[in-house]
Write a protein that binds this ligand. Structure first.
Ligand SMILES: Cc1cc2nc3c(=O)[nH]c(=O)nc-3n(C[C@H](O)[C@H](O)[C@H](O)COP(=O)(O)OP(=O)(O)OC[C@H]3O[C@@H](n4cnc5c(N)ncnc54)[C@H](O)[C@@H]3O)c2cc1C
Length: 575
């Protein structure tokens, strides 16, 4: 058994920021991550991180309050408003902290952090490091973690990479640690702590066409869900307008922020033809741009009938090389086009999970001693549609808060020791599950089930939704769940058995798919990223509420909770 004061699961931006905060409070921390920290999906973030720094000449009058307003409006008024203001206010300090820790942000001519326009924002407020923002921020936090790991004057920080968490330990209603599989040996181990911070990232791979890495299976969200932490607003899935048509690799919104155009097969900037994007054009929020792109494709005005062109040629070689070098390489390698000379073929695809583990603005959940931050959590700062650049901000703001609150919980004596007999019993339960899977000889293949799941989610829970197709997808998910019970593994060894890891995670993907579909079917309205062709209007009277899913005796139950509307009255969104 490995013991620490607090266990952090996940070493992306949220997990590492939480761990650094615990360390700052001299609390011993064990960080458990299934991939090496710098392979966490935060590394893929491109376009930037929002904060009202007012460094852009057009952003002089920006403020945390205006940033909060844009975020609330962007969320289609489903975000919890005080939580949003907390993020936009504390965000400024978090950016300077990253700068002081050495994050190499792009700079203005007079040396300040450069900012670019992003969709739905009243001012250019997205701080960036060319188009590799996530990469530089993750490396900056990892460097800090290594520094503290080596520092003798603070309590220990240990990072356990390539350890896959299978279970959250909850005893008498309090979180007490996790059980994790050492991927390199196949052995299970207990990580015991007085509190647990969850930071396992997004769940995009529940869908087929997604910009998310293969590691974002959704299992991370399900482990606490199975132990009593509810999931909130899971039906709200963001579809990013510009993913490479060939393989869904992201082409950052920064490309439009720098002035890129979206063109249909008539070479028209078609966003001008839609009332909701006519004014903001390429800088309308993602939900609106993605829908209007899809409408063009469905109306036969897509290029080759299938995709849209993102045209950067007019930006010129210098600007593209200086500000968007990464996406140029993606376009060359994965679509065979150099954006300096040719437009990039793009189409909308799954990108972000607005919902997540239900926590309050202090990252606390209904399970004592369990905190969550980052994309796996739903503090509810994005509501039904996230603004680009706000997710990286969320990771560092709420990662820090999670560290702060978990450390206070620990220091207040939160939690007592767990009886060894209980730990041994749940360790045995986990071991039995693993053995059952390793010995399973069923005819079904988990990878085939996963592909079918992705296809049915793309079809039923995509940009345009309606009861008929969603119900058909739900039926399909139920069928896939049945078939999951009959899978057989090809590999029965314990060492680095990824066949086993994918099989375990598929259960989480299937359960999340059901939560997403049932939430979306129940919600008979269109709001933010959920657009229902059978209920095309927002319905504040009946649906100004969060969906809350609970796991009880192996089944999913839906309920609802109220939205914090204390700062701004809900209005129709105009851009
Ligand atoms: C291509 C792309 C580009 C993006 N660009 C931007 C952008 O420019 N601006 C912006 O604001 N947002 C952007 N986003 C969103 C943003 O990057 C993510 O929401 C954010 O980085 C998530 O950080 P995180 O710390 O919550 O999770 P991640 O960085 O995904 O980290 C999750 C961690 O959890 C660990 N983990 C998961 N499951 C387990 C388990 N069972 N056991 C042990 N460990 C586990 C992983 O190993 C990993 O360390 C982008 C997203 C994508 C996909």
């Amino acid at each position: 058994m490995i013991t620490s004061d607090v266990i952090v699961v996940g070493a992306g931006l949220a997990g590492l920021r939480a761990a650094l905060e615990l360390n700052r409070h001299n609390v011993k921390v064990a960080v458990v991550t299934k991939v090496h920290p710098v392979r966490s999906h935060s590394v893929a973030a491109q376009g930037g991180i929002n904060a009202a720094l007012s460094n852009h000449p057009r952003g002089k009058f920006d403020s945390p309050e205006l940033h909060a307003f844009d975020t609330i409006k962007g969320s289609d008024y489903l975000a919890d408003q005080k939580a949003v203001l907390k993020m936009t206010t504390e965000g400024i300090e978090r950016i300077y902290e990253l700068e002081h820790w050495g994050a190499p942000f792009s700079r203005t001519e007079d040396g300040r952090i450069a900012q670019r326009p992003f969709g739905g924002a009243g001012f250019p407020r997205t701080c960036y490091a060319t188009d590799k923002t996530g990469h530089v921020l993750l490396h900056t936090l990892y460097e800090q973690a290594l520094k503290f790991e080596a520092a003798s004057e603070r309590a220990d920080m240990q990072i356990f990479d390539e350890w896959f968490v299978t279970r959250l330990i909850v005893h008498n209603g309090s979180a007490k640690g996790v059980i994790a599989l050492n991927i390199n040996t196949g052995e299970l181990e207990i990580f015991a702590g007085r509190a647990v911070i969850w930071a396992t990232g997004g769940s995009g791979r529940v869908f087929g066409r997604t910009s998310n890495a293969y590691i974002n299976t959704g299992w991370g969200m399900c482990v606490p869900f199975y132990e009593g932490v509810p999931l909130k607003d899971m039906e709200f899935i963001q579809f990013h307008p510009t993913e490479l048509y060939t393989n869904n690799v992201l082409i950052t919104e920064g490309a439009r922020g720098e002035g890129g155009f979206l063109l249909n097969n008539k070479q028209e900037r078609f966003l001008a033809n839609y009332e909701d994007s006519a004014k903001a054009m390429e800088m309308a929020p993602r939900d609106i741009v993605a829908r209007n792109m899809q409408r063009e494709i469905l109306a036969g005005r897509g290029v080759e009938g299938k995709y849209i062109h993102l045209d950067l040629r007019h930006l010129g070689k210098k600007k593209i090389l200086e500000r968007l070098p990464g996406i140029r390489m993606h376009a060359i390698h994965f679509a065979g086009v150099d954006p300096i000379d040719q437009p990039i073929p793009v189409a909308p695809g799954q990108h972000y999970t607005m919902g997540g583990l239900d926590v309050n603005l202090n990252t606390e959940s209904k399970v004592k001693g369990f905190f969550a931050a980052g994309e796996c959590a739903c503090v509810s700062v994005h509501g039904s549609n996230r603004l680009g650049g706000n997710s990286l901000l969320e990771t560092v703001v709420f990662g820090k808060i999670a560290g702060e609150y978990a450390s206070a919980y620990f220091k207040d004596g939160g939690g007592t020791d767990v009886p060894v007999i209980f730990l041994n019993q749940i360790l045995k339960e986990e071991e039995d599950k693993i053995i059952r899977l390793l010995e399973s000889k069923g005819k079904e293949n988990h990878s085939a089930i996963k592909h079918e799941l992705g296809d049915t989610m793309d079809l039923g829970a995509g940009i345009f939704r309606e009861a008929r197709t969603m119900n058909a997808s739900l039926e399909k998910v139920k069928e896939l769940k049945e078939r999951y019970g009959q899978i057989g593994l090809n590999s029965s060894g314990r060492i680095a058995n990824f066949d086993l890891l994918w099989a375990i995670q598929l259960k989480g993907s299937l359960d999340l798919a059901e939560v997403i579909l049932r939430g979306a079917i129940n919600r008979q309205e269109s709001r933010g990223a959920q657009f229902r062709t059978d209920y095309p209007m927002r319905d504040d009277k009946n649906w100004m509420k969060h969906t809350v899913a609970r796991w009880k005796d192996g089944t999913i139950h839906l309920g609802y909770s109220s939205v914090d509307l204390s700062l701004h009255k809900a209005k129709k969104r105009h851009y």
